[in-house]
Design a protein around this ligand. Structure first.
Ligand SMILES: *Cc1c(COP(=O)(O)O)cnc(C)c1O
Length: 467
């Protein structure tokens, strides 16, 4: 080997990562490079690029878990090679999934918790698809038995998360989404009844509406549907989208009747990776009893060994999130969940008080127990602040906070709202930092109003040529 070549190899081994040819030149991004490279070089490159992402802990837009205990990280790393669909190969992971379903059925007051059906999913979106399909199948059976047409199913919801729009479109169902009206930003029993008929496969109230954080009145809707049945014979089931609330209400407002205590509630979904405190990638759907889940939606496969019933859209899926969910159940118990969620509610409520004291905003949801630990607000109707909530969101971003501003769904598209989620891992002191930054932003806009045109614009002396 020539001396020159040996030096090449020595250089490659000793090169500082950032002095290496891999990092001191730009690498191709949209086609696969021809050669391989050092793992630490590829790692540094990608690690550094990801710094440009927002900081998840400061992302107050997300509902999802952004803080977890080291034990969760350890279990996730230990199970990174486990495929939860291989139930015969990983029987304990399958057993743990099944235990989680029973724990949730019990938490949601299923009268038959031991005999209930349910499964894990990738999140509430997949759970909504599965629950929605069960509703559609059950409705179709009923219609066929009565010799009635089965071509025009509809689903009645309040202002729902986009997964229900997807469900309706993908499965050819008319979505009767109750529009917001004036100060009513949720479904009401009356508005539900107006939209129900014999083609209604179900009604979906949301426990923790995405746009505001408030709970819809499941019991009120259930009572109204009981009355409808007494008067007309129409028996319309309820599915509760408890993506967030399913892991909050049982601990914080156990007296609130929204779950299987109401006989009309046939199924419930929740996101394990939201207030379930599990890492990203797990949701749950539970049916009150096996009769609510039509047998022909369940597939039995034996090519992995064993005879395993599955109901899921996907096949392979990581097992770690389910294991981490089970860890949280064991680790925290009811007491631990109550403490964590109560802390979130308390901090959210104090934030809402501080935001209220700024005297510019009307609080829509104050983070209290009539909804999730989120605060949503809008400008007071008579406020002329010289900036928009979008401007405020931008300004807060300069300090790393992600505080979304967005317009409401129909018929209140005119209403712009801002919202923060208080999740596990958000401390009172982080809240104080946020409030200080909000105050600083307001002071900034007072000095530099956004809505006021520059003098140059007003006098017409501004050069529009872009020079
Ligand atoms: C987040 C959310 C969903 C979607 O859940 P994923 O777990 O993100 O798929 C559905 N409904 C509601 C009310 C939600 O908050």
């Amino acid at each position: 080997m020539s001396l020159h070549r040996r030096n090449d190899i020595r250089d490659a081994l000793l090169d500082d990562v950032y002095a290496s040819p891999d990092l001191s030149h730009s690498l191709p991004k949209y086609r696969m490079p021809a050669e391989e490279r050092e793992p630490r070089h590829a790692y540094a490159l990608i690690h550094d690029e990801l710094m440009m992402d927002g900081n998840a802990r400061q992302n107050l837009a997300t509902f999802c878990t952004t803080w977890m205990e080291p034990e969760v990280r350890a279990l996730m790393a230990e199970s990174v090679d486990k495929n939860m669909i291989d139930k015969d190969e990983y029987p304990q992971t399958a057993e743990i999934e099944s235990r989680c379903v029973h724990i949730l059925a019990d938490l949601w007051n299923s009268p038959e918790a031991a005999d209930t059906m349910g499964c894990s999913t990738t999140g509430s979106s997949e759970a909504a698809m599965l629950a929605g399909m069960a509703l559609k199948w059950r409705w179709r059976d009923r219609q066929r038995k009565a010799g009635k047409p089965v071509d025009r199913p509809n689903l009645v919801t309040g202002p729902v998360q986009v997964c229900w729009h997807k469900f309706a479109r993908y499965w050819d169902i008319e979505l009767r989404e109750i529009p917001m009206q004036g100060e009513r930003l949720l479904m009401s029993p009356e508005t539900v009844l107006e939209r129900c008929d014999e083609n209604t496969i179900g009604v979906v109230p949301t426990l923790g509406v995405t746009f505001t954080g408030q709970y819809e009145d499941v019991k009120g809707v259930s009572d109204a549907l009981d009355k409808l049945q007494a008067e007309t014979g129409l028996d319309i089931p309820i599915h509760v989208d408890a993506a967030s609330g399913g892991f909050l209400a049982p601990f914080i407002t156990p007296e609130l009747e929204w779950d299987f205590r109401l006989p009309r509630v046939k199924s419930i979904n929740a996101s394990g990776h939201k207030f379930g405190l599990a890492p990203l990638g797990v949701g749950w759907v539970v049916w009150r009893d096996s009769a609510e889940l039509p047998e022909d939606l369940i597939f039995r496969v034996n090519y992995l060994g064993g005879d395993m019933p599955t109901f899921a859209l996907n096949f392979s899926r990581p097992g770690g999130e389910i294991i981490a969910q089970y860890y949280n159940f064991l680790r925290l118990g009811r007491e631990g969940y109550r403490k964590v969620q109560q802390a979130c509610h308390d901090i959210a409520f104090r934030l809402s008080e501080a935001i209220d004291r700024m005297e510019l905003f009307d609080i829509i949801h104050d983070g209290g127990t009539s909804g999730i630990p989120a605060v949503s607000w809008r400008f007071k109707p008579d406020a002329h602040p010289g900036f928009s909530l979008y401007d405020l969101a931008d300004r807060l971003r300069t300090r790393g906070w992600l505080v979304p501003a967005y317009s409401m769904p129909p018929d209140r598209e005119d209403l712009v709202v801002q919202r923060i989620l208080v999740r596990h891992g958000f401390s009172e002191d982080m809240g104080n930092l946020l409030i200080e930054d909000m105050r600083a932003a307001l002071a900034h806009f007072e000095r530099h109003p956004v809505g006021v045109p520059l003098t140059a614009f007003e006098t017409g002396s501004f050069d529009h040529s872009g020079r």
